[in-house]
Every structure is written in structure tokens, then in C-alpha cells.
Design a protein around this ligand. Sequence first.
Ligand code: AMP
Ligand code: TRP
Length: 328
Amino acid sequence: MKKRIFSGAQPTGQLHLGNYLGALKNWVALQNEYESFFCIVNLHAITLPQDPQVLRQKTLDLARIYLAAGLDPEVSTIFIQSDIAEHAELTWVLSCSSRMGELERMTQFKDKGKGNSERAGVGLFTYPVLMAADILLYQTHLVPVGKDQKQHLELARDLAERFNRDFGRTFVVPDPFIPPVGANILSLQEPAKKMSKSDENPNGAIFLLDDPDTITKKIKRAVTDSGTTVEYDEARPAISNLLTIYHLMTGRTIEESQAHFEGRGYGHFKAELAEAVVEFLKPFQEKAQSYTDDELNRILKAGAEKARVIARETLRDVYAKMGIVGAV
Ligand code: AMP
Ligand code: TRP
């Protein structure tokens, strides 16, 4: 039997190159090798306030992006988290064995809660437990994500091991898949921070649906380090980040790319990088726009039907092992 992968993204903000290079690109590369589940995690989205109208639209738009990136609904199960009630149910069960201390240590909670735990939502606090439930429900072996999710994945592993220890083998203990290159694409404006949907400065991120002019402008304005050579160097994060993007967009290795730009300045490099990104995103955007809402809804419904069977089976096993029995 094939091993399983599970991953997801939140239908909030706009997806950017970091999401694509750190996550979606690998989902596409792995989908045939594994039995694959890709989820639109709308219940995670509401850990911060969302406009209902916008959330509804973004949920379908994210399905468009998944398909445009190359997820094949004939191969992968693509579905919306809230369609499977078991995600919320298993979250409750797992939250009973999660410790305050381990959730307090989550750096994303500290970042998104802006260090103010008095005012932060409880959902933001228990967010990693919902994520663990997503993963464990499907008996997932591998979870392809960017580096920012590593800590959440460790919690999912700990919760699986704890449950298996207390109640007998129930969950597969998942491994993270964090790509060696591209797992942490940096902001074009502040290379000390990751490229992010919620960056206040929109020039920091290249969104997958940006038009060619905007892409070119953002790359031209990208900050660079002191120095003039186009070389990968940990001490020069800005140029290394741009070079990483170039490498992943074109398929040229870092060495080939360095050789290609030898003796040429930042200006030349940025122009070619912009061209490569625009070229790459053009067919992507055309594909994203080609799906009707009806088509998307059909794919998501079929996905939910497949996902539900597995989720139910896992939850039934969990309840049985814990002695949770109903009267009906
Ligand atoms: P999110 O948009 O937070 O739902 O993230 C979806 C996926 O994109 C997750 O696997 C993240 O780890 C990944 N991701 C987000 N930002 C970046 C980034 N700047 N570089 C690489 N991967 C990222
Ligand atoms: N927390 C992830 C993010 O923001 C999204 C996510 C939710 C996820 N559930 C998941 C990723 C399960 C992998 C597996 O990026």
C-alpha cells in the first residue's frame, strides 16, 4: 500500500511564491508517489477575524490555486476542512491530552498573538491541536510543509505518540517533509523575515496572482546586501534569497546560476529574475482562471466524500479505545 501525505494551506490573504516554493511545489512533486490529501483549512483561518464574504470566496480561490499549481484531482484528494466534522471532534480529544506548556512554547502563537496572551484568541492558542487532528485523522506518514510549520509538526508527533502509549497503537506518527531549498523564502523588503501573507508591506511578497508589471516592480525594488556579485552566501541573505528563487523557478542549479550571472550586476540579475517569475506565473494564472465555480465545487465534494470515509474510521477507533460510547 502507498504511504499517505497530508498538507494544507489557509484560505486567507493571497498565496505567494513562498507558499508555492515551500509547500505546493512539493505537494505536486509527491502526489503520485503517495496517497495524497490536500486540505483547504478554513477552520484554521478563523483563528484570526475573517470577513464571511471574503472567506467564502477565498476558499474556492484556494482550490483554484491548488489545481493551477498542478494538483490533479484524479490523483489527489482535495477537500475543505469544515466538510469533515471529524477534524473538530478529534481536536477536542487531542486538546485533552495537550499541555498548556507545550502550546505556550509555539512560536507562531507568540508571533500572531503579538505576545499578548491575555487578548489572544483561544483558537489561536489551540490552532496546532487542530493541525495535529488534520494530520492524524488520515494516518499520515509524511507532511510536506515550509520551515515555519516544523514546530507544529513536532507537536503532532508528540500527541500521536502519547495517545498510542496510553490507548494502544492508533495513529501513524507523521514525519515532516521540509524541502532542503525553498522552505523559508524571505521577504523581498526585510530579508530577516519570511515572505508572508500578512506582511504590512505588499512589496515584500510576490503573490501568485500578481500581474507582470507588479512582479517586475517588486523585484526591482527588492533590497540587496552590500556587495555587487550575484553569489549565494549565508552572510548575504537578500541576494541568496533572490538566487534561490531564480534557481527554483528556472531549474538551473545555484552554481549554474552564479556562473550565468558572473561579471553582471544586480540590475541585470533582477531583470532576468523578473522575466523568469513572470514566465512561470503566466500559465499558472491562466490555468487558475480557467475553472468555473461549479467545477471546483464538484472536485471539492468528491474529495470530501473520499476523505470522510477515512476520517470516520480513525475517529471511531479513537472513541472505542477511549471508552467513549453513545446510546445511538
Ligand atoms: P499558510 O499560508 O500559512 O497556510 O502556509 C501554507 C504553506 O506554505 C505551509 O506549508 C507553510 O509552511 C508554507 N510557507 C508559508 N510561508 C512560506 C515561506 N515564506 N517560505 C516557504 N514556505 C512557506
Ligand atoms: N498551519 C498550516 C499553515 O499555516 C496549515 C495547516 C493546517 C496544515 N493543517 C495542516 C499544514 C496539516 C500541514 C498539515 O501553514
